[in-house]
Design a protein around this ligand. Structure first.
Ligand SMILES: *Cc1c(COP(=O)(O)O)cnc(C)c1O
Length: 212
């Protein structure tokens, strides 16, 4: 059995320098986050506000942690999420983006956002489909207080390696078309494929913290 420190150094050693690691700490105790922080990790991803808030309170002494919200963001959670996270990965509709923009302006914040794309049908996941994206991008771009970073993908379950690779490379092309550098692509089982297609931030949970 490998330790958290061993898994962390194996993943960071394998990542090209242009790709950053988002340690997905949902479901993990604050102590594990503290341990990774001690090894140099600063970016952590959480997907449930209540759970994240408890850990953020426990880790308040680690003031330079960069918290990213990666879950589906409900309208009534936008305000508290903006207060506690620098970055939101799953912006999946124009109304959500408008709401984030309005509240961020009010709070004088400039959140970093990723557009979640749905390039393949997936009944279980949100995301903007290509046609909607093309139609809405000009108005999304014009919303005040937002720092659009790039695109984010969550592949449907059951894709082959070839299909995953095609999907990630299509995501990268979409980021290019939008003129954005950011690509939030790749999780524990598929991040090497995403990196081959130019991912810039991989969201890794179970293969880092362990599968327990
Ligand atoms: C949980 C989660 C991850 C991490 O998944 P692992 O397979 O544990 O690496 C990445 N992205 C999102 C959006 C998640 O919800």
């Amino acid at each position: 059995m490998s330790s958290l420190a061993e898994r962390y150094s194996a993943i960071t050693a394998a990542l090209p320098s242009a790709v950053s690691l988002l340690a997905v700490s949902k479901g993990r105790p604050a102590a594990a986050i503290r341990q990774l922080y001690g090894l140099g990790q600063r970016r952590f991803g959480e997907s449930r506000l209540q759970e994240a808030s408890a850990k953020q309170a426990e880790l308040a002494d680690l003031s330079d942690i960069d918290w990213h919200f990666i879950g589906r963001l409900q309208a009534n959670k936008v305000r508290p999420v903006l207060k506690a996270f620098s970055t939101i990965h799953a912006v999946d509709s124009q109304p959500l983006a408008e709401r984030i923009s309005r509240i961020a302006t009010e709070l004088e914040l400039r959140p970093q956002l990723y557009l979640q794309l749905k390039l393949l049908p997936d009944a279980n996941k949100g995301g903007l489909e290509p046609e909607a994206l093309k139609a809405q991008w000009p108005s999304l771009q014009a919303l005040p207080s937002l720092q659009w970073q790039g695109v984010m993908l969550i592949p449907p379950l059951g894709l082959s390696e070839v299909e995953l690779q095609q999907l990630f490379c299509a995501g990268a092309r979409w980021a290019d078309q939008l003129g954005l550098q950011g690509r939030s692509m790749g999780m524990s089982r598929d991040w090497p494929l995403a990196v081959r297609c130019g991912s810039r931030i991989v969201r890794v949970g179970s293969s880092l913290f362990g599968a327990d």
